[in-house]
Design a protein around this ligand. Sequence first.
Ligand SMILES: Cc1cc2nc3c(=O)[nH]c(=O)nc-3n(C[C@H](O)[C@H](O)[C@H](O)COP(=O)(O)O)c2cc1C
Length: 219
Amino acid sequence: MSDDRARSTDDNRARSTDDETAENESVEIDVDTLEGSLYRVLSSVVIPRPIAWVSTTGSDGVDNLAPYSFSTVASVSPPILLFAPVDDQKDSPQNVEETGEFVFNLVTEDVVEPMNETAATLPAEESEFDHVGLERAASTTVEPPRVADAKAAFECTHHETIEVGGSVLVLGEVQYVHLDQDLLGDDEKVDVANVDAVGRLAGSMYATTQDRFGLERPP
Ligand SMILES: Cc1cc2nc3c(=O)[nH]c(=O)nc-3n(C[C@H](O)[C@H](O)[C@H](O)COP(=O)(O)O)c2cc1C
């Protein structure tokens, strides 16, 4: 089911516990008896989610670009990233299956609008790069281009695709990393204060990483 269809069919029947006072009343959802999809709850509560802006090149040579917020780091050694299309009919997983490569581009606040435009459903023969007017930058180790304006890009080779329910997890091993100088601090290492990443909340809502606080980990 597509991201949007899942949202529009969302009809979560939640029930309130009636044996508690209104003050601490909670909403309980028994998924076994749920009518409709849990999409609204999952995507509104498991937030903020990083956005993988995934570029691929189809076997027909068309460059594809699409955002996926069901995405994360899967492993550090080897370095593996993943994104999760909620069905395997989308162009990105199909291209990765066919060509074995993708680029995970970072979404920062300055590119959030074009990122959103690349979620449009286009015919497979039309590139989102051209549709939105985004500049390509050549990748170093893989065929799909990077988004020239992305402040970071991880070039990946296909590691594995795992079916999980109606979704697929597309895992890619990072082969090469591009980091914009803007992301670096005085010590020439990435400074999180300079990474103006955007996270997806629910629907059309987003958050930035500009409101931060520190918390020491216990030993
Ligand atoms: C910010 C954002 C995040 C999205 N995250 C996902 C996601 O995690 N999984 C998914 O299947 N679709 C997601 N979508 C919808 C896809 O981007 C959309 O279906 C797109 O057309 C897929 O493109 P493709 O067929 O070229 O891969 C998201 C859309 C937006 C705007």
